[in-house]
Design a protein around this ligand. Structure first.
Ligand code: TMP
Ligand code: ZN
Length: 400
């Protein structure tokens, strides 16, 4: 079901010993929401190893992608926060130069490409490993190849759009095991002028903000500028500029160009890369902090009156991490609400806690909701003003 990692995915140095820095034991796959009649699709160690040479942190195992993605329910958020982010990211891409043709790897249901095609991109193409989401994207008018990024899909994409101005990979990059192969396939789709954009959660933010719930089996890697620089070293590419955004608890977009494109990388990018210092100690502090936060949430729920109805808000993968790390069952958390149709009616992985539609916040009269979609806090507080004014409470698990 999974294989163990032997060496650093970014610098690839076989002499570097990877240091274990974080361990939540054996955990269910965070997005494997099952129905009552289905078996849990499996458990795997959730442990992070750190490379002291290039600062990449990576999971100790790679779960078989077929198991991980066969019933993939992750749908790009339709929230106002994400819409604004897509706009910001697209504006940033446009500021870099030509943007008439765009290929997106891991295009999900085509949301970003829809935004791009409504705002200046004449031809767009998605590549996505979920059959379901590629079909949805096609129905929405976004031409989409079904499949993971491999030699075949890269070749097909380069035939469909021979000289893409932009090749974009958002969070899919951290789901990939073989980065050198990933970059070779990007190379197939990119010509000398192509702008390559890779967006990932920024490891510096994950650590600084104590967001251990970003760590789950799909996220194989936790990286910053140093690791990205190391992994690009044997490739024809280099970082041209970087931009950080606050969505998803802090992400970084790397704007990458061919080395022979000409011009120097943006000086600010070089400065940021050189000043970054993510250490083993930072990761160990995150591990201690995680344990404290897990204990604190258990304590807060235990302190509520026995009659209190507790729900969860947002069946994000983060909710699976929290609920399992806390050892919560239906007795402590009766349900979790979510807006995603494919999650509703299923169970939080590793538990019997059902995912209910958003309306449950009205019908189930929860005294308290643990907000697992904390990355949309502002939006959710606004949306649930009535619940709050009627005496309802939110717990934001990263906040005291
Ligand atoms: P994400 O952080 O990975 O985008 O997941 C957030 C989850 O929370 C996703 O399943 C959608 C859900 N959600 C709600 O149920 N209600 C909301 O208002 C928002 C913003 C998200
Ligand atoms: Zn390394």
């Amino acid at each position: 079901m999974y294989k163990f990692i032997q060496q650093c995915r970014a610098c690839g140095d076989p002499a570097v010993k990877l240091v274990p820095v974080f361990d939540l034991g054996v955990q269910p796959l965070a997005n494997s929401f099952r129905t009552k009649d289905e078996e849990q699709s499996g458990y795997a160690p959730l442990k992070v190893l750190f490379c002291e040479k290039c600062s990449l942190a990576q999971l100790s195992v790679v779960v078989d992608p077929v198991i991980l993605y066969q019933h993939y329910t992750y749908e790009t958020s339709k929230s106002a926060t994400m819409r604004l982010h897509f706009q910001n990211l697209w504006d940033c891409i446009r500021a870099h130069g030509p943007h008439e043709s765009v290929i997106e790897i891991g295009s999900n249901d085509g949301d970003f490409l829809m935004h791009a095609s409504r705002n200046g991109a004449a031809s767009v193409l998605g590549i996505d490993a979920s059959e379901n989401f590629s079909r949805v994207a096609r129905l929405r008018g976004i031409n989409t190849l079904f499949g993971i990024l491999d030699d075949y899909t890269a070749d097909m994409a380069s035939r469909a759009i021979p000289k893409a101005d932009v090749v974009l990979a958002r969070h899919v990059f951290c789901h990939a095991d073989d980065w050198q192969k990933f970059m070779r396939n990007i190379d197939t789709m990119a010509n000398r002028e192509t702008l390559i954009v890779i967006e990932v959660p920024y490891a510096g933010d994950t650590i600084k903000r104590g967001e251990f719930d970003q760590i789950y089996h799909e996220h194989l890697s936790y990286l910053g500028f140093k690791a990205m620089t190391a992994l690009l070293e044997p490739t024809p590419f280099r970082i041209h500029s970087v931009r950080r955004f606050s969505v998803h608890g802090g992400v970084v977009a790397f704007f990458i160009r061919r080395r022979d494109f000409g011009g120097e990388p943006f000086p600010d990018s070089v400065a940021i890369a050189e000043s970054e210092n993510i250490t083993v100690d930072d990761w160990c502090r995150l591990a201690v902090h995680a344990r404290q936060e897990i204990d604190a949430l258990r304590g807060r729920v235990a302190a509520l009156p026995g009659s209190a109805v507790v729900g969860g808000y947002g069946a994000s993968a983060k909710s699976t991490v929290w609920l399992n790390a806390c050892g919560f069952s239906k007795r402590q958390v009766r349900f979790v609400t979510d807006t995603t149709p494919s999650k509703i009616g299923r169970l939080i992985p590793g538990t019997e806690i059902p995912v209910l539609a958003e309306s449950a916040i009205k019908s189930e009269h929860p005294d308290c909701m643990i907000c697992f979609a904390w990355n949309y806090k502002r939006e959710i507080i606004e949306k649930e003003a009535e619940y709050l004014s009627n005496g309802g409470q939110f717990i934001f698990p990263h906040e005291p």
